[in-house]
Design a protein around this ligand. Structure first.
Ligand code: GLN
Length: 454
């Protein structure tokens, strides 16, 4: 009830939610009944959970921020939602996002932007701005997001929250409306590292419904966060800093906060090691070929027949109906990426664009492999700037894309990443995050290090 009251009080301004669960209190009462009946519920039983609208739910619409899925009801729950319900979490509602998770500001939502609770004239990040804003505004204690190129970590950075992109395959993608299947990963958005670990323990692990889900024996991430809390883990920890990451493009306050966090780690016994990852900065270029290519294929299913919107064309052909429906149902950014993707995949250009981008992806994976032979984690600022103003970058796709320069490489390589708050920028007093990356399967290391710094 407290969270529903908070939503009623602030969400007209913040607009973190696309849908609030009118049955949340019934679900909470049901938890009490299950507990009384001796049902073994985990430590998060009864805790409300905000769910990014990219995740399908049977009892609330799932739009992925798009007009084309307006009012769409899924016949099944995403695995992460089903696991959350089974553990007794109470779905609080569905959160706003850039359409089909394409964006860094939530301004590409078909349902209007979300605003940053720290300053309502500023963006909450994207694509999962709704989840991050809901957590930052105390509308929800925990949220689920999805991260294809930074959509959990960059919103966490600009809202002073914690966001984790797990190892690719660590959390099921079943029921996450696909953006780019080789990059997408679902993860937690929370206020503390321990909270994220608790939620990750609920949603993670092998799922036979997702063919890329890893059959791996994961440790408890909540335990990892608890182990890290006393800071001992920082003693002797080798922290890699990327030599080639250009200082230009980073806001002064972001760089200062990053250096201060490194100094604090050093003071607690960590060793800062300069490493070379020469292809890291080409991640954005490779990503904006690979992502549109996969997205153009994934979005082909919105054909006016199977899901959501259909615009009738009297006397028209199937193709006319399809074209009119996709024209009316998709926003500009989605259309831009479908065109980019189909172009990159077309026969004459495939090798030059998609093929080259895949080679760069391999080079980035090699950079990581070599770096992790020398260091335990890699640290970067989570994003180049603090929250910018609504409208500032909306007409400049390239500037919008460059927000993800530090987050994208983790998706290309499949490695896990965490963003935790590292303070406030000196020039504008807005939140800044520091990102840590670890080798695949080593998500627990990120929880230890994140909790140690918190
Ligand atoms: N901002 C990036 C993009 O627009 C990341 C999106 C995401 O992670 N879903 O593609």
């Amino acid at each position: 009830q407290a969270h529903l009251d908070r939503i009623a009080a602030v969400d007209a301004d913040v607009h973190a939610f696309l849908h609030v669960n009118e049955h949340a209190l019934d679900a909470a009462a049901d938890i009490d009944r299950r507990r009384a009946a001796g049902d073994h519920l985990g430590p998060l039983a009864g805790v409300p959970l905000a769910i990014k609208d990219v995740l399908v739910t049977t009892d609330m619409p799932s739009t992925s921020g798009s007009r084309i899925l307006d009012g769409y009801m899924s016949p099944y729950d995403a695995t992460v939602v089903a696991r959350s319900r089974a553990a007794g979490l109470v779905p609080l509602g569905k959160t706003n996002m850039d359409e089909f998770a394409m964006g860094s500001s939530t301004e590409h939502s078909a349902y209007g932007p979300t605003r940053n609770p720290w300053d309502l004239t500023r963006i909450p990040g994207g694509s999962g701005g709704g989840s991050a804003a809901a957590v930052a505004a105390f509308e929800a204690p925990l949220a689920l997001g999805s991260d294809t190129g930074g959509s959990i970590r960059q919103p966490a950075h600009v809202t002073g929250t914690v966001g984790i992109k797990p190892t690719y395959g660590g959390v099921s993608r079943y029921g996450a409306i696909a953006l780019a299947s080789s990059l997408d990963q679902v993860g937690p958005v929370t206020r503390t590292v321990l909270d994220a670990g608790l939620l990750h323990d609920v949603i993670g692990g092998h799922d036979p419904h997702d063919s890329t889900s890893l059959a791996h024996d994961w440790p408890s991430f909540a335990d990892a966060a608890r182990e890290g809390a006393d800071g001992q883990v920082l003693k002797g920890l080798k922290v890699g800093v990327i030599r080639e990451l250009p200082d230009s493009g980073f806001q002064a306050g972001v760089s200062e906060s990053f250096r201060a966090a490194l100094a604090a780690m050093e003071a607690q016994g960590a060793e800062i090691v300069e490493i070379s990852a020469p292809h890291f900065e080409y991640g954005v270029a490779a990503y904006y070929l690979i992502l549109p290519a996969e997205a153009s294929s994934n979005l082909a299913k919105f054909d006016s027949v199977r899901f959501g919107l259909r615009v009738d064309v009297p006397g028209g052909t199937v193709e006319d109906v399809m074209a009119k429906t996709r024209d009316a149902g998709f926003g500009d950014e989605v259309k831009r990426r479908i065109i980019l993707g189909t172009y990159a995949l077309s026969a004459g250009y495939y090798d030059a664009y998609y093929g080259s981008a895949q080679k760069v992806r391999t080079l980035i994976q090699r950079d990581f492999a070599e770096a992790f032979a020398q260091v335990d984690v890699i640290a970067t600022p989570s994003a180049p700037t603090t929250a910018f103003r609504l409208g500032e970058k909306i007409d400049d796709p390239l500037q919008m894309y460059l927000n993800d320069v530090t987050t994208i490489p983790a998706n290309l390589a499949g490695v896990p990443g965490i963003s935790i708050p590292s303070g406030l920028a000196s020039e504008d007093g807005l939140p800044v995050g520091i990102q840590f990356l670890a080798p695949a399967h080593e998500d627990a290391r990120l929880y230890r290090v994140g909790a140690a710094l918190e």
